[in-house]
Design a protein around this ligand. Structure first.
Ligand code: ATP
Length: 490
């Protein structure tokens, strides 16, 4: 079972301390969300699982953490200043402002093609307002999505010399550090550089909870390969690896789908992109409207390394980038050749992964009394809390003391909490709802036999375990699912 819709997760997330609407005391801030005590743990666990999978378990990937604010020239030469924009329209009837390419009727039935004219379609009344259904829309115009800021205390707001952007992708921080990483870590191609961090996009229509926000977190990896590698095949290989990874996080493959991005929709740097889509909208009757992008895997060619390099020249022999002081090319010893490496980029969102994980983990179960209980069947590696220690008699100091001591002894190896704020049924229900894999109860008998009851979240089965064996017992059962990490050839 998965969540019937995103709203079910929004309410669970708020009720149980995963995600809160941001700035609520001032009436909120459209589509901004704050991660609470359990949400921050879940995000961290997703990020750690990703980092472990790519940076630790493989031998060909390094990690970095670059600045959010980079030299403005990075965004000029990456093409973002000129082309990182979305089409925007206004509805003349209900005054809503919307992203045009998400509206019904924007693309021709046969899909986008080079000759299609969006404004002709809008004027012909083929495109519908998503709010009121009217076709009385303005022409589309393009809106750059990068957030602007100014650097330095004395800078005037419109001083072009002080203009800077919050990064709209983490990838550029990787490209401009390519040689730093390659030389310091003595890497040979193929190898990759991974980065996790915040990105910012002034989205025209954010929404659907943490699916589309203006501030979000990305997990991006640039995999550098030779110019004559089989790039399209490598895209397929990375898609396959990621499908396995998502499966390992507990996501049902029936809720994942691949989308080959049509040529006309490709980003300016991409020759091929495959999106992995997740069924975020299972409640929608038409199957094709149930999906939204979870991540994309793009073949970015040598576009970025070349654009940031000092040497490339145009047809007239003029330097394409007169501002760069570095040449980001690579000398291949075996081929005795210098070239700009080509790049395969799997780019995933932390927040969209967290939402998919929460939706997929959601399930309901009826107990003996006929009450419906929510159980969040999170993969144990992602669960915010791994074990809850619950005393069966909170007025018995020996039992409370023993439960607290067990919590303290587990804490160095796994995240454990102590809770005595309700009856045992209520405590179990609360832990089930936040996805805690194990509840450990300490009872009168525990004082005599030095053993506790371990209750499994998914089966509600109970097992008696010696306190001395408890840490090992739990660690064994918490082990993450093995995820395939076959090497990728150059
Ligand atoms: P979309 O088409 O949904 O706007 P995109 O194709 O522009 O997304 P990419 O540039 O490929 O997105 O970014 C890589 C990943 O970063 C996305 O697959 C998604 O997981 C995440 N991401 C991008 N924009 C947002 C956003 N506004 N809010 C949350 N996550 C985002």
């Amino acid at each position: 079972m998965t969540a019937p819709n995103i709203d079910t997760i929004v309410s669970l997330a708020k009720r149980r301390g995963f995600v809160f609407p941001s700035s609520e005391v001032y009436g909120g801030l459209g589509s901004a969300w704050d991660y609470g005590p359990l949400g921050v743990e879940l995000c961290n666990n997703v990020k750690q699982a990703w980092w472990r999978w790519l940076v630790y378990e493989r031998d060909d990937i390094e990690g970095i953490d670059s600045s959010i604010i980079l030299n403005r020239l990075v965004w000029q030469y990456s093409g973002h200043e000129a082309t990182f924009h979305d089409p925007l329209v206004d509805c003349r009837e209900c005054k809503s402002r919307m992203r045009a390419d998400k509206l019904e009727g924007y693309f021709p039935e046969e899909g986008p093609h080079a000759a299609f004219d969006a404004n002709a379609r809008i004027r012909a009344g083929l495109v519908k307002c998503s709010e009121c259904g009217s076709t009385n829309l303005t022409d589309e115009r393009f809106f750059n999505m990068m957030f602007r800021t100014t650097l330095g205390a004395a800078a005037a707001e419109d001083d072009p010399a002080a203009l800077a952007y919050l990064r709209p992708e983490t990838a550029q921080g990787i490209f401009i550090n390519f040689l730093n990483v390659q030389t310091t870590m003595r890497r040979k191609i193929p190898f990759g550089i991974a980065q996790i961090g915040k990105s910012f996009r002034n989205e025209i229509t954010p929404g659907n909870f943490i699916l589309r926000t203006r501030e979000f977190e990305q997990m991006e990896m640039e995999y550098f390969v030779k110019p004559d590698a089989e790039h399209f095949k490598l895209v397929d290989e990375w898609v396959a690896l990621y499908l396995e990874w998502f499966k390992g996080l507990g996501i049902d493959t029936a809720n994942l789908q691949l989308k080959e991005v049509p040529a006309e929709e490709l980003a300016h740097y991409s020759k091929r992109t495959v999106d992995i889509m997740y069924r975020y909208f299972p409640e929608r009757a038409e199957e094709e409207r149930q999906w939204e992008e979870l991540m994309g895997i793009a073949y970015r060619t040598d576009f970025d390394l070349r654009s940031h390099s000092s040497k490339p020249t145009d047809a007239e022999g003029k330097r394409v980038n007169p501002d760069s002081t570095e040449d980001l090319s690579y000398f291949d010893e075996s081929m005795k050749q210098r070239f700009y490496p080509h790049v395969i980029e799997p780019a995933a969102g932390v927040n969209r992964t967290v939402l998919a994980v929460l939706m997929d983990a959601y399930s309901e179960r009826t107990n003996d009394k006929g009450e419906t209980r929510v159980i969040l069947k999170l993969s144990p590696q992602l669960a915010p809390i791994k074990a809850a220690i619950l005393p069966l008699a909170k007025n018995k100091p020996e039992i409370v003391g023993m439960a607290k001591a067990i919590k303290r002894s587990l804490q160095p190896v796994l995240r454990a909490v102590y809770d005595d704020t309700g009856g045992i049924g209520k405590l179990y229900a609360r832990q089930d709802e936040i996805g805690t894999p194990f509840c450990i109860t300490v009872d009168h008998q525990s004082l005599e036999d030095e053993a506790v009851t371990v209750r499994d979240r998914d089966t509600w089965e109970q097992e008696r375990v010696k306190v001395s064996d408890l840490a090992e017992h739990l660690q064994k059962r918490l082990k993450p699912f093995p995820v395939a990490t076959p090497e990728i050839a150059s």
